[in-house]
Design a protein around this ligand. Structure first.
Ligand code: AMP
Ligand code: ZN
Length: 468
């Protein structure tokens, strides 16, 4: 089966073929660690996790690289404003190093809680300053840079293909519409490769360089680190759609400017999580963290389930009401999975014709640009289908959950030990049922649910489980 994925570079759905199968190089822009990640950022990492799981499901050997931006990202993506980390350190009265350490740790905790597979290579910008300097020197040798006001800039006028990813046209590039003009730049879209003291004297993070003490621009880190770990041409580069016009456009300019050849084969971008029609952003007031949703009584996997309900290329509107719906749906799914696992005794089985059809549908939707809402509905249909056996259901659940990552396979199945008062309630309910007093039986079912147990009447008598 071949994965079809939407390539931003060509604006088309394309069949995915890696450069050297079965290896796949996957680079995902990581967080700028000056604050907690918000759930919008986390939506992007969930989509990237689905992509990675899919590639691994298709038997590719994925090298997943994610950077940690711990220096160089200014409040404006296009070189204006202040360094985000410096500002955060000042506001929180902490050192820049303390800020980046603590928010990196918080970020990886979030990934773990969302059951996002850890990138095999996690690399900090500050550990790769030498690689960035080497890359800037290559660009300098090729005549693609200039110095102005002490900073080293990339000269986009020297690179004919600049802006193809964002479909920026030459007219727009000349006019520099929307971008505030830095007096030091020849072209408004030129960008900084290396800042020196001349721009930020108070910057705590500084390194020696051929151009004087200073620190790197934001974009150069991703070019330097991705090429270091994945080679000078690799398969897939991901991020949120906001990165298309500036960050990724500039990454391409640097990498292709230095090597003189194509850099990334497939560019895959995730749409935004929005709230009240606005993009969720760290700088805006609508900033919600995973911690906040936990405080409101949700589990991280409820949020993962919520995200799987929308295609990664459509905007997703967040509200606590829709998160509540996702929570209930997930609880229901877990309960069904537990019941199926128990009846199937956790055993897998070969699939008959009907079950096989579910498997094929699942794979087709998955390989058609990661259509997770469709995958989810295939799973629900299979779970509810009375025409397939519980073992077939259990086989499908475990298979599909390799991608969904909802920990359905780990659902506990032991018959819970009931406290004496619940045993009494259960006996009262059996008695009520025998007497056809269904109202009372239902009332007792509700009471059990309030105490965290669900009940299913089977041919072998009532089966009780802890709601997971
Ligand atoms: P940052 O830490 O700001 O560099 O962003 C980390 C990742 O989150 C990037 O891939 C961004 O494109 C992505 N991102 C930022 N805001 C949102 C949002 N509201 N919804 C989805 N992804 C986002
Ligand atoms: Zn990046």
């Amino acid at each position: 089966m071949t994965l079809n994925v939407y390539n931003t570079l060509t604006r088309r759905l394309e069949e995915f073929f890696p450069i050297t199968p079965p290896k796949v190089g996957l680079y995902c822009c990581g967080p700028t660690v000056y604050n907690f990640a918000h759930i919008g950022n986390l939506r992007t990492y969930i989509f990237e996790d689905i992509l990675r799981r899919t590639l691994e499901y298709l038997n590719y050997k994925v090298t997943h690289v994610m950077n940690i931006t711990d220096v160089g990202h200014l409040t404006d993506d296009a070189d204006e404003g202040e360094d985000k980390i410096t500002r955060s350190a000042r506001e929180r009265k902490m050192s820049v190093w303390e800020i980046t350490e603590s928010f990196s740790a918080a970020f990886f905790r979030d990934l773990e809680e969302l059951h996002i597979l850890m990138p095999g290579i996690r690399c900090k910008a500050t550990d790769h300053i030498g690689d960035m300097i080497a890359l800037i020197l290559r660009l300098e040798e090729k005549g693609l840079t200039y110095t102005s006001g002490g900073n080293i800039y990339f000269d986009i006028g020297k690179l004919p293909g600049y802006g193809v990813l964002a479909l920026l046209d030459r007219q727009e590039l000349k006019a520099g519409a929307r971008i505030e003009v830095d007096q030091g730049k020849k072209n408004p879209h030129d960008f900084v490769l290396w800042f020196t003291r001349s721009k930020f004297d108070h910057q705590a993070m500084q390194w020696d360089s051929p151009w004087g003490k200073g620190y790197p621009g934001w974009h150069i880190e991703c070019s330097a680190m991705s090429m270091k770990y994945l080679g000078e041409e690799f398969d897939i580069h991901c991020g949120g759609i906001d990165h298309i016009p500036v960050h990724h456009t500039n990454e391409i300019a640097q990498s292709e400017g230095a090597t003189g050849h194509n850099w990334v084969r497939y560019w895959v971008h995730g749409e935004f999580l929005v709230m009240d029609k606005e993009k969720m952003a760290k700088s805006a007031g609508n900033f919600i963290t995973l911690e906040k949703i936990k405080q409101q009584g949700f589990e991280p996997l409820d949020y993962r389930y919520f995200c799987l309900g929308a295609h990664y290329r459509t905007q997703l509107q967040f509200s606590f009401e829709s998160l509540e719906a996702a929570k209930n749906a997930r609880a229901n799914l877990m309960e069904k999975a537990a019941a199926i696992k128990m009846e199937a005794r956790g055993e897998l089985s070969p699939l008959g014709t009907k079950a096989k059809k579910y498997l094929e549908e699942f794979r087709t939707h998955l390989c058609t640009d990661l259509n997770m809402p469709r995958v989810l509905s295939v799973l629900w249909n299979a779970v509810k289908d009375t025409a397939i056996t519980v073992r077939e259901k259990w086989t499908l659940i475990t298979e599909i959950d390799r991608i969904m990552g909802l920990k359905l396979s780990e659902v506990p199945v032991e018959e819970p030990e009931l406290p004496p008062e619940l045993k009494q309630l259960l006996a009262d309910r059996e008695k009520a049922r025998k007497e056809k007093n269904y109202e009372k039986a239902d009332e007792i079912r509700k009471q059990l649910a309030e105490k965290g147990f669900s009940l299913e009447d089977t041919s072998g008598g009532p089966k009780i489980r802890r709601i997971v």
